[in-house]
Design a protein around this ligand. Structure first.
Ligand SMILES: Cc1cc2nc3c(=O)[nH]c(=O)nc-3n(C[C@H](O)[C@H](O)[C@H](O)COP(=O)(O)O)c2cc1C
Length: 198
């Protein structure tokens, strides 16, 4: 549906020293930019919002909330879709991801699609984290896409610039399918929001 021109937010989900999440983020960002989409990365390490002490929507007057929360909330509400990149830690998705996303109300994410991207050092690619993310993203009321990107053996698969170390037809194929789907839903939902403002 939408060919290029989407405004996308990519959430990273780890803050660990030597994290592989940066490579995964760069890999997916490159694929999206090759299709002429604008990708803004929200990195929990850089943003350093830390634990959720007081989310935006718990401020009596959200206009008085810290500027950084207001800025990110505007970015979320202005996005056409989300890419949610998470490691698997103890069969769960990354706590840094939830710490970042939980700062904002579900209503800010509503009527926008999200694509789940998980990775792990092992062979399962974070699939258990991905299953949890489906439930979590439903609660945040974004429309999560049926097709996901799951990257096993991530440190061996991607170099530090997020480039594939060796040909991986299966991964490329799953990325193509997931991004095609995100584009379709993002285009349809964007039109829907314009025609039926919520
Ligand atoms: C606390 C912790 C728990 C982990 N648990 C799992 C796990 O349950 N399943 C798995 O496949 N890998 C697990 N791993 C390995 C990670 O998937 C791998 O280290 C990955 O690179 C982590 O992402 P990051 O480098 O962006 O932090 C774990 C790593 C850490 C640090």
């Amino acid at each position: 549906m939408a060919k290029g021109g989407l405004n996308l937010l990519l959430f990273l989900g780890s803050v660990r020293e030597g994290r592989i999440g940066l490579r995964v983020g760069k890999y997916v960002q490159n694929l999206l930019e090759q299709r002429s989409h604008k990708v803004t990365v929200l990195d929990p390490k850089e943003l350093n919002l830390a634990q959720v002490v007081k989310p935006l929507h718990f401020h009596k007057n959200p206009a008085e909330a810290p500027e950084i929360l207001q800025k990110i909330n505007k970015q979320i509400k202005g996005a056409d879709g989300f890419i949610v990149v998470s490691p698997e830690y103890n069969s769960a998705f990354g706590p840094a991801l939830a710490s970042l996303m939980d700062h904002f109300p579900p209503a800010s994410y509503s009527y926008r699609p999200s694509t789940i991207v998980t990775y792990a050092g092992g062979a399962l690619g974070g699939i258990r984290a991905a299953m949890q993310l489906r439930q979590y993203l439903s609660e945040l009321t974004t429309v999560h896409m049926p097709s996901m990107i799951v990257i096993p053996n991530a440190p061996k698969t991607l170099d530090e610039e997020g480039v594939l170390k060796a040909e991986s037809g299966d991964l490329v194929k799953s990325c193509t399918k997931a991004i095609d789907q995100l584009e379709w839903y993002a285009g349809v939902l964007k039109k829907g929001r314009e025609e039926n403002p919520v």
